[in-house]
Ligand binder design. Structure first.
Ligand code: HEM
Length: 320
């Protein structure tokens, strides 16, 4: 009897423990969980994947663009799709903030949203579409990890230009500044170093790496001279908007090359190289990820779920 009770209790405890592990609570009281749309819009994930896969097949640069949208959404008042809102006569939106001036990928999100609206009108939130699904697919379509994402976010009705200016990290930031920006959102050193590995794909404009490659950022000792020279040439030819890949060897493959570049002192932004070269836990993580791509993939997926759970804040608790 005792043994049957024990086996019975453990048989329902196991799924309970698993589902608790997949649950996450946002500060505004919405529970997020894997499978949120299973009944209300069972094809939601397939629709997102279909659109992302067809876009990325013809325009691979859309994948890094969508991944970046996710980060810029979550860091400004939580993951609530406020990054998609346009300014109105009453409100200057996140989009108008300087760090958001080169965001792209909005048309992919629009297309996903309109297909979802046709399939399940008024059911799937934009924040789930961008954050949970499109960003995850962007990574896996470029050869990176895939993961289960808790869903059920609610969309914002208002955006906030000043929060976007204040809370998105700056490409000229040093390690302490970066750690502080991530800590404000409950993200630790490991989360920060793993998430920064997103810069294994995509590009940046000269205006964001000029100071580093010309040595104006005072970090001349930690840049490979040949790399600096090549990037200075890109700037000279193309001016402020000349783009360069974060990772020259495999700019559209989601691998651990970013960390190998940092160890070789070929990080593109000052904020990239800030993760390596000064000693301490950040250096250790960069070294580990540069040697162990699987560990990076695992930690990146974990940190993406954590970033996706950054809570929305009530207006009265808004940033100091
Ligand atoms: C650690 C602090 C970070 C800083 C200072 C930073 C800054 C930047 C800057 C300046 C650019 C280039 C913009 C341009 O010149 O047009 C960029 C691109 C990008 N960022 Fe970050 N970023 C950071 C972290 C992240 C994180 C956490 C993610 C995602 C998880 C991310 C994803 C991307 C991607 C994918 C691109 C390339 C976009 C494209 O090619 O369209 N970044 N970032």
């Amino acid at each position: 009897m005792a043994s049957s009770a024990k086996s019975k209790s453990s048989s329902w405890l196991a799924p309970l423990i698993i589902s608790c592990a997949l649950l996450a609570c946002t500060a505004n009281g919405h529970f997020l969980y894997v499978g949120y749309y299973d009944r209300s819009c069972p094809n939601a994930e397939d629709i997102v994947h279909f659109v992302m896969a067809s876009k990325v097949a013809t325009q691979p640069a859309m994948a890094p663009a969508v991944l970046r949208l996710f980060f810029h959404d979550c860091f400004v008042n939580g993951c609530d799709a406020s990054v998609l809102l346009d300014s109105t006569s009453h409100m200057e939106s996140d989009k108008a903030a300087e760090p958001n001036d080169s965001l792209a990928g909005f048309e992919v999100i629009d297309e996903i949203k309109s297909r979802l609206e046709r399939a399940c009108p008024g059911v799937v939130s934009c924040s789930d579409v961008i954050i949970a699904l499109a960003a995850r697919d962007a990574v896996s379509l470029l050869g990176g990890p895939a993961w289960n994402v808790p869903l059920g976010r609610k969309d914002a009705r208002a955006a906030n230009i000043s929060a976007a200016d204040a809370y998105l990290p700056n490409p000229h930031a040093n390690l302490t500044e970066l750690l502080n920006k991530f800590a404000m959102h409950g993200l630790d050193t490991q989360d920060m170093v793993a998430l920064s590995g997103a810069h294994t794909v995509g590009t940046a404009r000269c205006q964001n790496y000029r100071a580093r490659v010309y040595g104006y950022d005072g970090e001349g000792k930690i840049i490979d001279p040949a790399f600096a020279e090549a990037r200075r040439r890109t700037c000279e030819v193309g001016g402020d908007n000349a783009v360069a890949p974060f990772d020259e060897q495999s700019p559209l493959t989601f691998d651990n090359a970013y960390y190998k570049d940092l160890v070789a002192r070929r990080g593109l932004l000052t904020s990239d190289q800030a993760l390596y070269g000064c000693g301490g836990p950040s250096d250790n993580l960069v070294r580990t990820y540069s040697k162990d791509g699987k560990r990076f993939a695992r930690d990146f997926a974990t940190a993406m779920v954590k970033m996706g759970n950054i809570p929305r804040r009530h207006p009265e608790c808004r940033w100091r």
